[in-house]
Design a protein around this ligand. Sequence first.
Ligand code: HEM
Ligand SMILES: *[C@@H]1O[C@H](CO)[C@@H](O)[C@H](O)[C@H]1NC(C)=O
Ligand SMILES: *[C@@H]1O[C@H](CO)[C@@H](O)[C@H](O)[C@H]1NC(C)=O
Ligand SMILES: *[C@@H]1O[C@H](CO)[C@@H](O)[C@H](O)[C@H]1NC(C)=O
Length: 491
Amino acid sequence: MAPLLLLCLLVPLCLLLLAVRSSRFAHRKLPLPPGSLGLPLLGETLQLISAYKTENPEPFIDERVTRYGAIFTTHVFGEPTVFVTDPEANRYVLQNEGKLFECSYPSSISNLLGRHSLLLMKGSLHKRMHSLTMSFVNSSIIRDHLLVDIDRLIKLNLDSWPSTVFLLDEAKKITFELTIKQLMSLDPGEWTENLRKEYLLVIDGFFGLPIPFFTTYARAIKARAKVAETLRRKVRERRREYYEEEKEKERKREDMLGSLLELEGGGGGGGGGGGFSDDEEIVDFLLALLVAGYETTSTIMTLAVKFLTETPAALAQIKEEHEEIRAKKRGMEALQWSDYKAMPFTRCVINETLRVANIISGVFRRATTDVNIKGYTIPKGWRVFASFRAVHLDHEYYKEARTFNPWRWLNKNPSTQGNLFTPFGGGPRLCPGYELARVEISVFLHHLITTFNWEAAEVDRLVFFPTTRTQKRCPVNLSRRKSTSNTAMKI
Ligand code: HEM
Ligand SMILES: *[C@@H]1O[C@H](CO)[C@@H](O)[C@H](O)[C@H]1NC(C)=O
Ligand SMILES: *[C@@H]1O[C@H](CO)[C@@H](O)[C@H](O)[C@H]1NC(C)=O
Ligand SMILES: *[C@@H]1O[C@H](CO)[C@@H](O)[C@H](O)[C@H]1NC(C)=O
């Protein structure tokens, strides 16, 4: 028996060794993507920052693509980084999240986000919570539950505007109020305004320049603790209500917080169902949702208006689209899902704004193993930046790629688009808010266009560092329109 046993053990062992050896050969190391690491420590960070501080950041990538090709190595923000600017390779990076690559944030960012935020989750927990988040904000939920409040709160905001506003500030206020409503059914008021003041300090911590870092960051961490405490109190309150209603067996429809509590209750406690075992985890989760949709959605709202203002033919066409929708309604009757579906040109405008000025210009990942890609090897542990912007602004894929031209989307065949347009990322970390953001931006544009005429109050320039924004926060002079309500009354 003994020799047989030995054989049984040895044969598989040998086969295993053989397999390992041959796979070593198969995964022969290829060269690093070409490029330059620049200066010691600083690398090419200063070149990157100075390019992104202008209206035209493209040369940083363009120059390197010309010299080295679509995948190149550089050294920015403290470590060597492989830039990927090719649609196929970008797709590969996105789709292999959790297998060959992992999202990675510096600890300064993860401290602000909180350990239990979706953005930092990994593996099967991430998978479960990602699809849960998707189901909070999918199109049927927006249609049946969220749209009413989006319409109402945006209108409420615009009704209170003075004759000059900074669009970016107003868009941020709106986005914040919408998210708070969606997360926990709270209408704007003193409570939300106080929370927002603290929240703004947290956001500064994410985006502040790294130079006067310490004070901004310290303030952000303190503010984060306050925001978390405020949210925690709400969570506790709701948990009490939840159990009381549970006893009475009549539960109101829930918001996201309600669904999270339900999940916890239904999961047999201990967070078995959804991975939440205490309030802290719920707070982290809520805060991450508040952060993820905030700068992104509000910047696109603002920049869509800026580009429309600078493109009169597009402004005229979008006005026509929204006046037509308004004309079919009585007075200020709320927008319906069917109205949102009847905004084809608005969709083009939003796509085009996302293409030329998305605040998320790409995503950072870390290789979890040696990865062979397009004839190169990205060494294990190295950082990768998949640049969506480089693809979105590539003349090869978009004609006159660097001008704002919403009409280009009219005849686009979406099936050929695939990996050429990824403003919301893709793969396991595809943005769960992709439809919600579009709806919010569309409703915002609808009310702005049908309520006001406007003009830029000052010349304002787009910049891309530290984030995509305009230098002066987009000041506009507004005048209220009378025509639309008149037509509505005549009908
Ligand atoms: C124009 C608006 C928006 C843009 C351009 C945008 C873009 C993105 C992108 C590119 C990612 C992928 C990040 C990565 O792969 O590492 C992402 C992730 C995410 N987005 Fe959005 N987003 C927007 C609005 C929103 C909204 C309104 C929400 C609210 C529900 C949201 C929630 C999230 C969350 C929770 C994640 C993390 C997903 C994960 O890691 O699994 N986003 N977003
Ligand atoms: C959206 O999510 C809900 C659950 O929250 C689910 O019942 C519904 O089928 C989903 N709808 C779509 C279009 O995926
Ligand atoms: C806008 O982009 C999305 C992909 O994010 C695509 O599915 C859609 O067809 C585009 N819209 C138009 C009008 O081309
Ligand atoms: C915008 O309004 C301000 C204050 O009412 C005024 O001083 C300024 O001239 C206006 N700008 C333009 C471009 O009309």
